[in-house]
Structure formats: structure tokens, C-alpha cells
Design a protein around this ligand. Structure first.
Ligand SMILES: [Cu+2]
Length: 143
């Protein structure tokens, strides 16, 4: 009876991930930005991310200094209990560094998220087109 009771105990903390995607890369690119939304029912911290598609994955934030947006590496992200952490274009993002092959639309890129509380969480990012809500090439008046 005791063993049965222990086995039936549900996991204490849960993490859910949605809308995980990576921007497709132009030829020769060494880095790619990844985005996702993480929900946690207990306070947790995303410590690090690894992926077989890149030499390393850094956790970045975007800091605005006047008109200039700069990326800065941070040591992971806190996720308060019953809340979501949203990594999105123009804000916090994952930076896949030294990618091993170009990322093309429709590919799935596996990754492992490491959390302080729930431990490792395996998931995959969908590669989406380069031209999206935010793109930096062409079409700017005055260029
Ligand atoms: Cu970055």
C-alpha cells in the first residue's frame, strides 16, 4: 500500500512550453535567435539551454540605450510561480551560437532546457521564415 501511494504521487512542479521557434538563417550565418513561451506553476529558473544544432546556446536580453537596442548575455531567466516567461523578437531571446548547418523553414531543432527546479526538459523549436514581423534587410525608406 505504501509503495502504491508513493508511485501515485503526482510531480510537484510542471513546466509547459509553447510557440517555440527559431528564425531561419541566411547562408553563412553563425547565429540564430530562438523564441518560446514558458509557463511554470511553481517558481523556477531557466539555467541553461543546449542543442545539438549549435555549439552553445546563450540566454540574451535586449537593452535599449536611446535609439539603439543592444543584446546582453544573462545567466538564465527567473520564472515566477503561475506565470509565463515570454522570449520574443525585440526582447529576451535564446542565441544559438556557431550553428552547425543553415536552419531552413520547417526544420525542427531539438533542444534541452535545464531548469533549477524541474531539471531537464526536452523540446524542439520550429524553424520559421526569416522575413517576419521584424526584419532588418531592405525596405527601409532612406536606404
Ligand atoms: Cu542575442
Amino acid at each position: 500500500m505504501l509503495l502504491f501511494a508513493l508511485a501515485a504521487t503526482p510531480a510537484a512542479a510542471q513546466i509547459a512550453v509553447e510557440d517555440a521557434w527559431i528564425r531561419a538563417t541566411p547562408p553563412g550565418a553563425k547565429t540564430a535567435a530562438g523564441y518560446l513561451i514558458i509557463s511554470a506553476d511553481s517558481a523556477d529558473r531557466l539555467l541553461s539551454v543546449t542543442s545539438p544544432a549549435a555549439q552553445r546556446v546563450e540566454t540574451h536580453i535586449t537593452v535599449h540605450e536611446g535609439d539603439i537596442a543592444r543584446m546582453r548575455e544573462v545567466k538564465g531567466y527567473d520564472i515566477p510561480a503561475n506565470s509565463t516567461l515570454e522570449l520574443k523578437p525585440g526582447g529576451a531571446h535564446l542565441m544559438f551560437v556557431n550553428i552547425k548547418a543553415p536552419l531552413k523553414e520547417g526544420m525542427m531543432v531539438p533542444a534541452t532546457l535545464k531548469f533549477q527546479r524541474v531539471g531537464e526538459f526536452k523540446m524542439a523549436f520550429e524553424v520559421r521564415p526569416l522575413a517576419g514581423a521584424e526584419h532588418h534587410t531592405g525596405e527601409h525608406p532612406g536606404h
